[in-house]
Design a protein around this ligand. Structure first.
Ligand code: NDP
Ligand code: 2IT
Length: 449
């Protein structure tokens, strides 16, 4: 490895010794941008990498709220305002008990590159809390969101930092967060949050955007390699926002989705997944995916045990990890390859462990990297922001067309970088390089800040 890269990586490791997810994300990027860094020795003098890696600001705060039973719980809130080079900090909020500073920093770091790839004016940020929304009443969710926003509101704004959803944060939570922001700041500022409900400033297609975008990217990648989605078997982990709309678009293109999952287990339905039932269970009832069997008793439910998710043992042409980070282990990658997988599309952020990514690439599996393939969500968030600025709404068809164009552009950006740097089908490295080149140009133009 290039000496400067080695030095930066070692320093980052020493400074953030316990932040494993964060170090994983940084190492993955630093390793893949070597050809660019090696040809720009001047980067070292201006500490370009050190400045890109160090978040502009990390905010943590206390979030107390009262449970229905009268007891008070205290959680930790985070917002990492990572990088504002090319636009206001932009990225989701995650509510999940596993949330810690390492996870928010890894997500924020990835977001800078992803947002750069969209071609839209958005910087990178991420936030959230170790609060677990599961099993909480609407009242508890509302009080938690209000308490969270009471602190967060002083740090955000339509031209400063624009949060949105992620795991555990969907339209319901964004509604409560928006209401509290408006109440405290006494202003209607539509562009301060995205993923809003359609009745108060949300954009059509934002809900579907990440999942649809993933499939648009996958379609481009397959077609470029003389394949199509039609007739392909697909397995999708997760049954949340990304997974559901990836499933919907894959079905529209004639694929056969046979399995989906949640954090407790997966359902395998040879006859094809009944997506309307999944939506009913997950979006309406907020229940467990095992409920699927109440209507389709012939389907199989396989419980999650240990580190390897059972969904990756199912034979498939295309695997779409859409749940969470590091959900595809090397073992799982080996099973998928042994079963003949031809393509993997990362709907989640960093879903494949480092060794799994390498295994796919070495075995000629087409891998659609998260920073590129799941960028449709944040891209349509940016389109929501611009509609809010214009005080105007675009139609479903207009936004969907825009999404399709953005995903095609992102794919072409990756493909061109892969060609320029002789990376074959390693679109992961190509995405990192393309985003890094844009960011480093902006950094040089803006001086030492
Ligand atoms: P949701 O909360 O809507 O759904 C998450 C799904 O993944 C659920 O089915 C959940 O299971 C499962 N899951 C979550 N955490 C774990 C875990 N630790 N182990 C196993 N399963 C888990 O989130 P989203 O669909 O919005 O997000 C999914 C992924 O996509 C995340 O990585 C997110 O960062 C990424 N992403 C999201 C975007 C968006 O616009 N929402 C945009 C780009 C990326 P259960 O129901 O049991 O909790
Ligand atoms: O990871 C992501 O890109 C998101 N959770 C969406 C962020 C956004 O601002 O829409």
């Amino acid at each position: 490895m290039n000496e400067y890269l080695k030095k930066v990586l070692n320093n980052t490791k020493n400074k953030n010794m316990y932040e494993t997810e964060y170090l994983q994300a940084v190492e993955e990027v630093l390793t893949s941008i070597e050809p660019v860094v090696a040809s720009h020795p001047e980067f070292e003098r201006i500490a370009l990498l050190e400045r890109l890696i160090e978040p502009e600001r990390i905010i943590t705060f206390r979030v107390p709220y009262v449970r229905d039973n009268g007891k008070t719980e205290v959680h930790r809130g985070y917002r990492v305002q990572y990088n504002s080079l090319i636009g206001p900090y932009k990225g989701g909020l995650r509510f999940h008990p596993s949330v810690n500073q390492s996870i928010i920093k890894f997500l924020g770091f990835e977001q800078i590159f992803k947002n750069a790839l969209t071609g839209l004016p958005i910087g990178g940020g991420k936030g959230g809390s170790d609060f677990d929304p599961k099993g909480k009443s609407d009242g508890e969710i509302m009080r938690f969101c209000q308490s969270f926003m009471t602190e967060l509101q002083r740090h955000i704004g339509a031209d400063i930092d624009v949060p949105a959803g992620d795991i555990g944060v969907g339209e319901r939570e964004i509604g409560y967060l928006f209401g509290q922001y408006k109440r405290i700041r006494d202003v209607y500022e539509g562009g301060v949050l995205t993923g809003k409900g359609l009745s108060y400033g949300g954009s059509l297609v934002r809900k579907e955007a990440t999942g649809f975008g993933l499939i648009y990217f996958m379609k481009e990648m397959l077609e470029n390699n003389n394949q199509t989605l039609k007739g392909k078997t697909v397995t999708i982990s997760g049954a949340g926002n990304v997974a559901i709309y990836a499933c919907q678009k894959a079905l529209e293109y004639g694929a056969n989705v046979v399995a989906m999952s949640d954090s407790k287990g997966c359902v395998y339905d040879e006859n094809g997944i009944d997506l309307e039932l999944i939506k009913q269970i997950k979006e309406v009832e907020r229940g467990r995916i095992s409920e699927y069997l109440r209507k389709h008793p012939q389907a199989k439910y396989i419980e999650c045990k240990g580190e390897d998710s059972p969904i990756w043992e199912i034979k498939t042409d295309i695997a779409l990890p859409c749940a969470t980070q590091n959900e595809v282990t090397l073992n799982s990658a080996k099973k998928l390859v042994a079963n003949g997988v031809i393509a993997v599309g990362e709907g989640a952020n960093m879903p494949c462990m480092k060794e799994a990514t390498e295994y796919f690439i070495n075995n000629k599996v087409l891998l659609a990297p998260a920073k590129a393939a799941n960028a449709g969500g944040v891209a349509i968030s940016a389109v929501e922001m611009s509609q809010n600025s214009m005080r105007y709404y675009l139609s479903f068809e207009e936004v969907d067309k825009k999404l399709g164009e953005i995903m095609t552009n992102i794919f072409n950006t990756c493909k061109n970088a892969a060609e320029e740097y002789n990376l074959g089908n390693n679109y992961s490295a190509a995405a990192n390089i393309a985003a890094f080149k844009k960011l480093s140009n902006a950094m040089i133009s803006q001086g030492i800040v």
